[in-house]
Design a protein around this ligand. Structure first.
Ligand code: UTP
Length: 297
């Protein structure tokens, strides 16, 4: 089978309850870090990895997300007329070619595994990437690109792996590692949200995957797992059980959990500091806030 990965699935059909009431009317993926929505970071990462077809698994209330990628003729004309070339370039960079994006619906949130399975006909018979937009990763080489490069040697399934404190493993899918070759891990087991004290390691899976079409068949057969949802982890674990290769890549980069409020705020600070035009003001402000907090203690 080809190892060229040109399709990516973006499951964005979740309810986003941790950001209520905001997510009552705004899709979580449209929330912005500095001035760009989470979905833009995900799309940029996918493009940098060579992805040319973008498949969104959406649900009710996500129309703002669909509109985001269309051209905005009035805005574009207004910026051009005013000679605001930089803003015009930023704006038009968000437009997607007609036909590059497909939207498919998950009509009830039944878990990440089920959301991925909804894209089976569009994915067809080739390997594909999955990107969870909640996980925003700051890296010199974008995380998915690191994975696609490593995948050229491994084939099979690849997941992004990251060390987490042992007290946090119960929030993740966790790897049982059979061997290591630098940043590459060969995986001999995977458990979704292990009960505290039972995790096979402190290597957690985060929201980047390269999957084989076989995973779609596995998902079709997968029973509901942890939380009563159809779990992607269970479908990947079946690959291991049936003797097919699954690897983890300990990517280089810093991951922010933008599905949680604390992670989102941290990412806002980090991406704000990374902007030359904001850096000094923001740093001074943070410095003053910390000094005030310390003085008040
Ligand atoms: P989360 O577990 O973060 O759930 O899903 P959520 O609904 O987005 O947010 P909370 O926990 O209620 O705050 C991880 C990813 O899987 C997608 C979500 O959109 C998110 O990108 N997902 C989850 C689906 O597309 N469908 C589902 O049924 C569940």
């Amino acid at each position: 089978m080809t190892r060229k990965v040109t399709k990516a699935v973006f499951p964005v059909a979740g309810l986003g309850t941790r950001f209520l009431p905001a997510t009552k009317s705004i899709p979580k993926e449209i929330m912005t870090l500095v001035d760009r929505p989470l979905i833009q970071y995900a799309i940029d990462e996918a493009r940098a990895a060579g992805i040319t077809e973008f498949i969104f698994v959406t649900s009710r209330g996500k129309s703002a997300l669909e509109d985001y990628f269309d051209s905005a003729p009035e805005l574009e004309a207004a910026l051009q007329a005013k000679g605001k070339d930089d803003l015009f370039a930023d704006l038009t960079a968000t437009n997607m070619e007609s036909g590059a994006i497909a939207y498919i619906r998950q009509n009830k949130p039944q878990g990440l595994g089920h959301a991925v399975w909804c894209a089976r006909r569009l994915v067809g018979n080739e390997p594909f990437a999955v990107i969870l937009t909640d996980d925003v990763i700051a890296a010199d080489t974008p995380c998915l690109k690191q994975m696609v490069d490593a995948y050229q040697d491994t084939g099979g399934v690849m997941v992004a792996a990251m060390e987490v404190p042992p007290s946090e493993t119960s929030a993740y899918g966790v790897l049982d590692v059979g061997g290591e070759d630098g940043a590459l891990l060969s995986v001999r087991g995977m458990v979704e949200k292990p009960a505290p004290g039972t995790a096979p390691s402190n290597l957690a899976v985060i929201g980047r995957y390269i999957l084989t079409p076989q995973i779609m068949d596995n998902l079709g057969k997968t029973e509901r797992g942890a939380g009563g949802e159809i779990q992607l982890t269970d479908a990947i674990a079946l690959e291991i059980a049936e003797g097919r290769p699954v690897h983890g890549l300990c990517f280089d980069g810093e991951r922010f959990d933008c599905g949680s409020k604390a992670g989102f705020l941290q990412a806002t600070v980090a991406f704000g500091l990374a902007r030359p035009e904001l850096h000094d003001d923001l740093r001074n402000y943070l410095h003053d806030v910390v000094a005030q907090q310390k003085a008040a203690q």
